[in-house]
Design a protein around this ligand. Structure first.
Ligand code: TMP
Length: 221
């Protein structure tokens, strides 16, 4: 892995847990603290997974908007492929340049959805992702803990392929994220996402600022 001076913060949770809203709010708040947030090509922006590169966005389309059901390992390897592209072309160079990156999902989604909920095994899914991760793990992972019933209701009436699978899968995903939090307590924080949006944002911000301080980055204006 290349030298890194930046900070990698990931937001995770079931579908509809509010992480995309919280990721955008977090970027705004960190930028207001004078931190170099987001990739240098799009300062202040959240990076989403799968996506964040041209190839990653194309893979996202296959994964979420394709018509065919995918075998669990096909799904896993496609997420891992999009991730490898993002690590190589965006995350390693940007972290090397000292930027603070906020990701809307990363490796822990694969561990919870494919490893736990699809039953492939957290270790097995981590193992196939390892070469593409190149040793990179988040400094901080925030899992927004929300009742899957509430989350799925928020997904609305245009669900993607995974949301369309319904509540049973989302319940297993929630259990999967709890297992991931127990497995990696040094970097994963569960935050109650079923509160007023500003209260959730305050908890997210506090955890992120701790991670930034631990990484030794200075806060500006
Ligand atoms: P989202 O951008 O709306 O969160 O959609 C991404 C979907 O893909 C969501 O249902 C979670 C799922 N997903 C996985 O199953 N595994 C993964 O590794 C990632 C990144 C996402």
């Amino acid at each position: 892995m290349s030298e890194r001076n930046g900070v990698l913060i990931t937001l995770e949770g079931c579908d509809g847990c509010g992480k995309s809203t919280q990721a955008a709010l977090l970027c705004e708040r960190l930028a207001a603290c004078g931190l170099p947030v987001g990739p240098s090509s799009a300062p202040g922006a959240v990076i989403r997974e799968p996506g964040g590169t041209a190839a990653g966005e194309a893979v996202r389309d296959i994964l979420l908007h394709g018509l065919e059901a995918l075998a669990p390992w096909t799904e896993t390897l496609l997420y891992a492929a999009a991730r490898a592209e993002l690590v190589e072309h965006v995350l390693l160079p940007e972290l090397g340049a000292g930027r603070v990156l906020v990701l809307d999902r990363f490796i822990d989604s694969s561990l919870a959805y494919q490893g736990f909920a699809r039953g492939l095994g957290i270790d097995a899914v981590l193992a196939v992702n390892a070469p593409g991760l190149r040793g990179l793990l988040p400094d901080l992972t925030i899992v927004l803990d929300v009742d899957p019933v509430v989350g799925l209701a928020r997904a609305g009436n245009a669900p993607d392929r995974i949301e369309a699978e319904g509540l049973d899968l989302q319940r297993r995903v929630a259990t999967g994220f709890a297992a991931v939090a127990r497995r990696f307590p040094e970097r994963v924080r569960l935050i109650d996402g079923f509160r007023d949006i500003d209260l959730v944002a305050a908890s997210v911000r506090a955890a992120a600022l701790e991670a930034v301080a631990d990484a030794g980055l200075r806060l500006g204006g």
